[in-house]
Write a protein that binds this ligand. Sequence first.
Ligand code: SF4
Length: 91
Amino acid sequence: MWAKFPGGFKRLKTGGAGGGTAYISTTMRIVHDKELCANHGQCVGAAPELFKFAENGSLIVIDPNPPEELREAAQDAVDVCPVQALAIVED
Ligand code: SF4
């Protein structure tokens, strides 16, 4: 089950014998479409703690599963990408 929270969507898992115990488990994952990426670097400027360029010029996602405190930076990078090569998904 998915639920919308102020920071985004979170998956709710149920546990316990009766399935009545609810707890939240979510992991943010950054998805980078290398086919779409034009290596212009806007994401690096928006979130240098999450993206950098390799020596060959290709983009590297430093931490594909960043902590929650980097969500805003990750979202900024998604928003500035001119070709929509980045997305945040919740696992
Ligand atoms: S902003 Fe988008 S196109 Fe540019 S390097 Fe980042 S992911 Fe690639």
